[in-house]
Write a protein that binds this ligand. Structure first.
Ligand SMILES: Cc1cc2nc3c(=O)[nH]c(=O)nc-3n(C[C@H](O)[C@H](O)[C@H](O)COP(=O)(O)OP(=O)(O)OC[C@H]3O[C@@H](n4cnc5c(N)ncnc54)[C@H](O)[C@@H]3O)c2cc1C
Length: 410
């Protein structure tokens, strides 16, 4: 496992501690969490570094420097993340630094386009938090999602792609024939073409208590947060698809037992994953027809998962060390609502799907959205296959459509 680069001293009740932990998790920065309410020596250490004040979180870095209650912007600066672009105008701005965005950036930049890539979290997207990629061609033994992401990012940097991190795109507009991209830090950039590769995010359970315990017993990423539960007796995983089953299997490396809560009456994962769950030595127990009704806690930490069997209506209380939720995804398109055509689930329509059945002056290019010059690729796109290999392929193909668009608009 990667050595922690930061130690976060805090307490479970502290919202700023949660915010800092969330930020580090999103940026894939390995950190160690120390609860000063459980560790008197750690509490004394915080008081000593902090002129006798008990202000948390205190974040201690590898070089022995520290920050107290930092804002996300201060933390981004300390971690050396680039948050401001060199210029205001680019040929192509790519929103989202997952496999699709990074691949498109490599292709476009290598051909001489001036490319800015904007990423709000960690580079690599969902692939970066995947335990292992077993099905990406060219790696016969598989490759960890983190290593894969680091390699693709290095490649993009080799071709001089300018990359911003910890910057969220909030709005798109058109002005005098150029696209305007507005970011969460109050800046805006212009470009001839835009590629949206913002992927998808975890769907929440939307039950009472969920919001209160995120990061404090409720998690959405086993790779990021599973190691905190090393030696735990029991962990709950919610979901019955591929992600839930694979991540559940991974969590058995930390906990003695994993309870999988499945809403329906069967698993919908791959045959290989289901076979592993059904092996006699498996440490996964599956509860079918089971829905989570509420998450409850004590001292701001998850303690109880209330469940109900939809067949018998019986309720039960579980007391796991943590609950990991893997129940599907939602496309990251807030900034596109009302701007470009989306399908009923919010995935972005492109190419033929837009032209289908409509009289149009000019049919959109492959991967082009209903807004000329704005393209979409990867998991966020309607009809995509939600895999790393296909996201990479779509990124490459979209960059070729963008090349054609830039050529035509010269
Ligand atoms: C747990 C898990 C396991 C998986 N296992 C496999 C596997 O074994 N094999 C496989 O092929 N696939 C696997 N997948 C699927 C695969 O990771 C995705 O299909 C792939 O990462 C999609 O790539 P993408 O570039 O389209 O989007 P993403 O990887 O989702 O990247 C999108 C990026 O855009 C960023 N972003 C979103 N909104 C904004 C915004 N407004 N401003 C700036 N940035 C923004 C996000 O932070 C993210 O980094 C797995 C996924 C998960 C979650």
């Amino acid at each position: 496992m990667t050595e922690p680069k930061v130690t976060v001293y805090g307490a479970y009740w502290c919202p700023d501690c949660r915010r800092s932990k969330k930020f580090l998790g999103e940026q894939f920065i390995p950190y160690r969490w120390v609860d000063i309410e459980q560790d008197k020596e750690a509490e004394a250490y915080v008081l000593q570094r902090n002129d006798g004040k008990r202000i948390i979180p205190l974040l201690l870095f590898e070089d022995d420097s520290f920050l107290v209650e930092p804002t996300n912007a201060e933390l981004a600066k300390k971690l050396g993340l680039k948050t401001e672009a060199k210029k205001t105008y680019y040929d192509l701005i790519i929103i989202g630094g997952g496999p699709a965005g990074l691949t498109a950036a490599i292709y476009a930049s290598r051909e001489g386009a001036d490319v800015l890539l904007i990423e709000r979290s960690g580079l690599g997207g969902q692939a970066g938090i995947t335990v292992g990629l077993d099905n990406f061609p060219g790696f016969p033994e598989g490759i960890s999602g983190q290593e894969f992401s680091e390699r693709v990012t290095q490649q993009a940097r080799r071709f001089n792609v300018e990359i911003l991190q910890a910057v969220d795109v909030e709005k798109l507009e058109m002005e005098e024939g150029y696209h305007e991209i507005y970011t969460s830090d109050g800046k805006h950039y212009h470009s001839k073409a835009v590629l949206i590769t913002t992927g998808a995010s975890y769907r929440r359970l939307e039950v009472p208590g969920e919001e209160d315990f995120i990061g404090a017993g409720v998690h959405f990423c086993a790779t990021c947060d599973g190691p905190f539960y090393k030696g735990a007796k029991e962990i709950v995983v919610v979901g019955g698809g591929n992600s839930a089953v694979e991540e559940g299997l991974h969590l058995t490396t930390f906990a003695e037992k994993v309870i999988l809560l499945v809403r329906g009456d069967r698993l919908t994962a791959s045959r290989i994953a289901m076979d592993k769950v059904n092996e006699p030595t498996s440490r996964i127990e599956v509860k079918y027809n089971t829905a989570v009704e509420a998450l409850e806690g004590q001292d701001s930490k998850l303690k109880t998962v209330r469940i109900r069997n939809s067949q018998t209506q019986e309720t039960e209380e579980l007391h796991p060390a943590a609950a990991f939720v893997f129940i599907g995804q939602l496309p990251n398109i807030d900034f596109l609502k009302g701007y470009a055509e989306l399908d009923q689930y919010g995935f972005v329509m492109t190419g033929h799907d837009i032209a289908h059945g409509k009289e149009m002056e000019m049919e959109p290019l492959p991967f082009e959205t209903s807004v000329p010059g704005i393209f979409a690729a990867g998991d966020v796109r309607h009809g995509s296959t939600k895999q790393v290999a296909s996201a990479v392929g779509e990124g490459a193909a979209a960059s070729i459509s963008i090349r054609e668009f830039l050529r035509r608009s010269q």
